[in-house]
Design a protein around this ligand. Sequence first.
Ligand SMILES: C[S@@+](CC[C@H](N)C(=O)[O-])C[C@H]1O[C@@H](n2cnc3c(N)ncnc32)[C@H](O)[C@@H]1O
Length: 263
Amino acid sequence: MPTSTTWDPAQYHRHSDLRLRPALELFSRISAESPSLVHDIGTGGGEIARLMALRWPEANVIASDSSQEMLDAAQDTTAPETRIRWELLDLNEWQPTPTHDVIYANAVLHWLPDHAEIFPRLVDGLTTGGELAVQMPMSWWQPSHQAIRQTVAAMSTPEADQLAAFMATPNVGQPSQYYKILRPLVSDLDIWTTEYQQVLSGPDPVFDWVSGSILRPVFTQLPAPEVERFSTMCRRALRDAYPPQSDGTTLFPFKRLSIVAHQ
Ligand SMILES: C[S@@+](CC[C@H](N)C(=O)[O-])C[C@H]1O[C@@H](n2cnc3c(N)ncnc32)[C@H](O)[C@@H]1O
């Protein structure tokens, strides 16, 4: 359902500090010392690709994304970094050759179904000893996403019904599922979860947060008047799910699943 045109770089980067923290924590867990080829899949703003270029000055760095909007925005803000190769690439269709010393995918794979097929395909893209580093939000179970699904279901229009079907099942599984998929394929496997107690400010901050991610398909698939109706209902539901703290901020706990696997 989400297509390359569903992304809004400006909205996504409004909470860039909080979104970057798990990306950096994952990046710090990669142990490669002198890789030849490293690839940031679903690079978004390209922050990690730029760090890759700094951390491994001898490496070829690929930064790919299926959204031309994201790639254009990423390159606009990039200092002239000639070693980064920016590529339009849809992970659904990517058949990698085993040439990558690092494949890094932060906050990307939760958009794609069928992880039992995708994870082995990514491992196939690694050199011997190469590393796969992945972080995915476990947000499907959160009150925010439950409220969004209920609001979409309450719209009762053909477009909303399609969206409801798209949102009905989580793409991200439990940690044990990834252990089962990856353990036979790799020599070393580290899986962990982290729940960040995110403190947001401003009016309707949870609505603002999800506007840069899970609501992108809603905003692009629903007709304009329906978007307005949905937004009013959804804002209210998210305010109820996350009432403000006594200091006016909003606590938005967010759980993430991270994996580093060595081929
Ligand atoms: C939530 S953003 C994360 C961006 C970046 N990795 C970060 O951590 O800030 C998800 C990114 O994945 C990209 N994406 C979504 N589906 C994709 C696919 N099938 N293939 C490649 N990239 C995809 C989106 O265009 C978007 O830039």
